[in-house]
Each structure stands twice: as structure tokens, then as C-alpha cells.
Design a protein around this ligand. Structure first.
Ligand code: NAD
Length: 463
């Protein structure tokens, strides 16, 4: 191994998880460099906030157009650094474009209110917070970074994004595209580095007004505690263990045909993965029979191949972690295939609850593993769905509209879908109940979450 000079800054090696090849090395950002970046961002923010709202919107639309033109390039980077199948990666890059466009549309709609009071005029203003720190995970590096970045910029803030150690390349490219599209210099900066060093420096910096953290619940709790020291605003998007509830009156064939996507998309590295499948007893065996060919039909392999639906896991360490959840001796109800050769592959795995072990049934695995549990009636389905500290998403399959509404209201989760596995849309609010998070992103209120509301009373009393 080549020795590094003693004063060389630490670097992160970016590895293609499908080939195990090092594709880039990226310098890590020191706490001193974080400090300098925050100062630069604060200056850029003043220029940005002084622009007319229409001009800010125009620049964000230009940024969106630049992302649109770069979709193939961004998708290619995502394929190589995260192992996402290219079709999914293209969708993700397009989603960044859509998020920027949507946020641009909100700039001029971010209005205060005039509130009737006695003796004067009362108005509210949405004032930008200043510098916003965004800490992103590796599982959807592009869209998740943009969930916060687009509305934060649109609301008049500067953004410093700390991407995950394993996936900094798309984030760095997005910052270049923003600058080329005309965003003020230093308004949107990307600082790669280790979470406990670069991320922690961002969290602790007094010049950062808000942190949007997306990642594991354990790190999210630590980030929240550190934010508390400065009463820093914080949004947390954390883990999940979401249910997919299939009632006997549902279109069971459709529920089974679509279930693989709900826990295998992104190789299960999805906070919204429906990894707990709850099936009403009369259709339990039939559902499993239909699920097996659907799981086997998921094409696993080279992420650069447009026909691939499932790629590798992000790293060897993560594969070991996923593997640790599946008891060696547990016969899987369904087990998929994986390619031979290099890459951090793990097969699609479906376990029946009575053989899954407590950890697999209860904890977020973040891999292509689902546990199936039978239930008798609606009350039991709701009890099982809620028997977790998480509350991010879930699906309900039934033809009974009243039941769909009852169960949707009874399940403690931020994002539920009926006869569908849809979770995230840029125009609708997203976030977790319980330990899945704090606050909401996306949707019509996304920009307001990056502002403080100021109330001003102007007396109309004479003299
Ligand atoms: P992680 O918590 O390990 O890391 C997330 C980010 O936090 C990374 O950028 C990391 O470098 C940084 N970080 C780590 N320690 C830090 C510290 N002490 N201070 C500041 N930053 C620090 O999570 P991960 O493994 O990258 O992502 C997987 C997790 O993210 C899963 O639990 C998943 O459910 C969750 N997730 C949630 C959502 C959501 O919207 N709710 C979306 C995607 C992923």
C-alpha cells in the first residue's frame, strides 16, 4: 500500500459496489474547512436573499434545466457509486429536476398573512433561516439531498450538503451544475467527509441555523441532542420497518405481483421498504404462492444494464449486516438468485415470521429481506402494524373503502398508500411518526419549513 504524506488531508475511496473497484478518491472536509464554508455561505446567502423572488425562481429553473440536460451523466454516476439500476438512477436524476422546478414555483407563493386584530395592521413574514446544513444518506443520494436543498434555496437560504461517505459524486456534480446555471458562488456547497467529523462540525457550527438529517435513527438521535445545545432547528428523516397489509378481500394477485417492488426496490435499501408483509389468514398460502414467481422475476445483475431491476448492496460491511439478520438455519420461504463474481450481492429473501427470529422481524434490515406474518382480523392487523417504534410508511390492500380509511387512520405512520406502494411524491408531505423522524419535507409547505415566521403589528392609532 502506498504511504500518504503525513499532512495529506484524509480521503474517502468511492467504490463501485457492483464490481468492488475504486472509482474515485474524494478529499474529506476538515472542521476548519467547514467553518470557512459556513462563512462563505452566509455571505452568499445575503446576495441571494436580496434578489427579487422572480429572479431566484428563474435561477432555480435554470438549475433544473441543467440537471435535466445532465440526467444521463448523473444517472451514470449513481450507477457506479451506489449500484442503482440505471433505469432507477435516471428516474432519481429526473426527480431532482422536478424538485427544483417545484421549489421554483413556490418562491413567489411563499406569502405571509394579514390577520385581523384591533388597533392596527398585523402581518406575518416568512424569513429565511440563513445557512442550512443537509446531511444525506447513501441510499438515495440525489433525491434525498434535493428534498431539502431545493426548498431551502427557494426560501432564500444557503445550503451546505454533507453527502454520505460512500456516495459523494452525484452531490459534487449537482453543486457544479448549480453554479454553472448561475446560482451565486458558495450558495450551494457540497462538503464530503466522515459523519462524525465533517457532519458533526456542520451540526455544531453556530452559523448553521437548521440541520436536515436523513439517516439512521441512532445517528439522528445524536444529531438532535447536539442541535438541542443551540436550540438549532432540526428535521429528521430516519429509519422504518413498514407494513404491507393484505386483507382477504383485496386483489391478492395484484398485491402479490407488486409486493417485490415494495421491499426489493433499491435492493431493500429504502426507508419506506414494506419489509413486514401482513397477510390475512384465508389468503396467506395463496399470497405466498403468487409472491414466489414475482420475486424470481426480478432481474438481478449489472446495474448498467437497462433491464436490471435489482443491483448490489452498498458495501461489504452492509452486506455482512444484512446477512446477520437472517438466521443461518432458517429455511427461507423464498430465496432469489445472485450473480457470481465480485460485487456486494445479497439474494431476495422472504422469511415466515415463525422462522425469522426476533431481530429480523423487529429491526430495520435495510436489505432485500421481508418477513411475512399471518393475521386474523382488522384489529390484529392494526396491532401488528403498530408494534414497532418506527412509523414511516405502509400499504393497505383491500377492496373495502371504509376499511381502507379506518386502517389508514389507525396505523401510526406518516405515509400510507391504499392498493399501491407509492411513498414519496415531491408535491405531497413526507415524514415519519414516532422514531421514524421529526418534521415534514416535500409538499406545499416545504419552503415554509426553511423559514421563521415573523409577526409585525403596525398601530393605526392616531397620535
Ligand atoms: P447513517 O445514519 O449512518 O448516516 C447518514 C448520514 O449521517 C451520512 O452522511 C453520515 O456520514 C452522517 N453521519 C454519521 N454520523 C454522524 C454524526 N455523528 N454527525 C453528523 N452526521 C453524521 O445512515 P445511512 O446508513 O447513510 O442511511 C441509512 C439509514 O437512513 C436507514 O436507517 C434509512 O432508513 C434512513 N433513511 C431515512 C429516510 C427518510 O426519509 N426517513 C430516507 C433514506 C434513508
Amino acid at each position: 500500500m502506498q504511504e500518504q504524506p503525513v499532512d495529506a488531508p484524509p480521503e474517502h475511496r468511492v467504490v463501485n459496489p457492483a464490481t468492488e473497484e475504486v472509482i474515485a478518491t474524494v478529499p474529506a472536509t476538515s472542521p476548519a474547512a467547514v467553518d470557512a464554508a459556513v462563512r462563505r455561505a452566509a455571505r452568499a446567502r445575503r446576495t441571494w436573499a436580496a434578489l427579487a423572488p422572480a429572479d431566484r425562481a428563474r435561477l432555480l429553473r435554470r438549475f433544473a434545466a441543467a440537471v435535466d440536460a445532465a440526467v444521463p451523466e448523473l444517472a451514470g454516476l449513481e450507477v457506479r457509486e451506489a449500484g442503482h439500476p440505471v433505469a432507477a438512477a435516471r428516474w432519481e436524476a429526473g426527480n431532482v429536476r422536478d424538485l427544483l422546478d417545484y421549489a421554483a414555483g413556490g418562491v413567489e407563493r411563499l406569502t405571509g398573512r394579514q390577520i385581523p386584530v384591533a388597533g392596527g395592521l398585523d402581518v406575518t413574514f416568512h424569513e429565511p433561516l440563513g445557512v442550512v446544513g443537509v446531511i444525506a444518506p447513501w441510499n438515495f443520494p440525489m433525491p434525498i439531498a434535493a428534498w431539502a436543498t431545493a426548498p431551502a434555496l427557494a426560501a432564500g437560504n444557503a445550503v451546505i450538503l454533507k453527502p454520505a461517505e460512500t456516495t459523494p459524486l452525484t452531490a459534487l456534480r449537482l453543486a457544479e451544475l448549480g453554479l454553472a446555471a448561475g446560482l451565486p458562488e458558495n450558495l450551494f456547497q457540497v462538503l464530503p467527509g466522515a459523519g462524525p467529523v465533517t457532519g458533526a462540525a456542520l451540526v455544531d457550527h453556530p452559523g448553521v441555523a437548521k440541520i436536515v438529517f436523513t439517516g439512521s435513527t441512532a445517528v439522528g438521535k445524536a444529531v438532535m441532542a447536539r442541535c438541542a445545545a443551540q436550540v438549532k432547528r432540526v428535521t429528521l428523516e430516519l429509519g422504518g420497518k413498514s407494513p404491507n397489509i393484505v386483507f382477504a378481500d383485496a386483489d391478492v394477485a395484484r398485491a402479490a405481483a407488486t409486493a417485490p417492488g415494495s421491499f426489493l426496490d433499491n435492493t431493500g435499501q429504502d426507508c419506506c421498504a414494506r419489509s413486514r408483509i401482513l397477510v390475512q389468514r384465508p389468503v396467506y398460502d395463496r399470497f405466498l404462492e403468487l409472491l414466489e414467481p414475482a420475486v424470481r422475476a426480478v432481474t438481478v445483475g449489472d446495474p448498467a444494464d437497462p433491464d436490471t431491476a435489482m443491483g448490489p448492496l452498498i458495501s461489504a460491511a452492509h452486506r455482512d449486516r444484512v446477512r446477520s439478520y437472517v438466521p443461518e438455519d432458517a429455511p427461507a420461504a423464498i430465496r432469489g438468485e445472485i450473480p457470481a463474481g465480485p460485487g456486494y450481492w445479497y439474494p431476495a429473501t422472504v422469511l415466515e415470521a415463525h422462522r425469522a427470529g426476533d431481530r429480523a422481524a423487529a429491526e430495520e434490515i435495510f436489505g432485500p429481506v421481508a418477513v411475512v406474518t399471518p393475521f386474523d382480523d382488522e384489529a390484529e392487523a392494526v396491532r401488528l402494524a403498530n408494534a414497532t417504534d418506527y412509523g414511516l410508511s405502509g400499504s393497505i390492500w383491500t377492496r373495502d373503502a371504509a376499511r381502507a380509511i379506518r386502517v389508514s387512520r389507525a396505523v401510526a405512520a406518516g405515509n400510507l398508500s391504499v392498493n399501491s406502494h407509492s411513498s414519496v411524491r415531491y408535491a405531497t408531505p413526507f415524514g415519519g411518526f414516532k422514531q421514524s423522524g421529526l418534521g415534514r419535507e416535500l409538499g406545499p409547505d416545504a419552503l415554509a419549513a426553511f423559514t421563521e415566521t415573523k409577526n409585525v403589528f403596525l398601530s393605526t392609532e392616531d397620535g
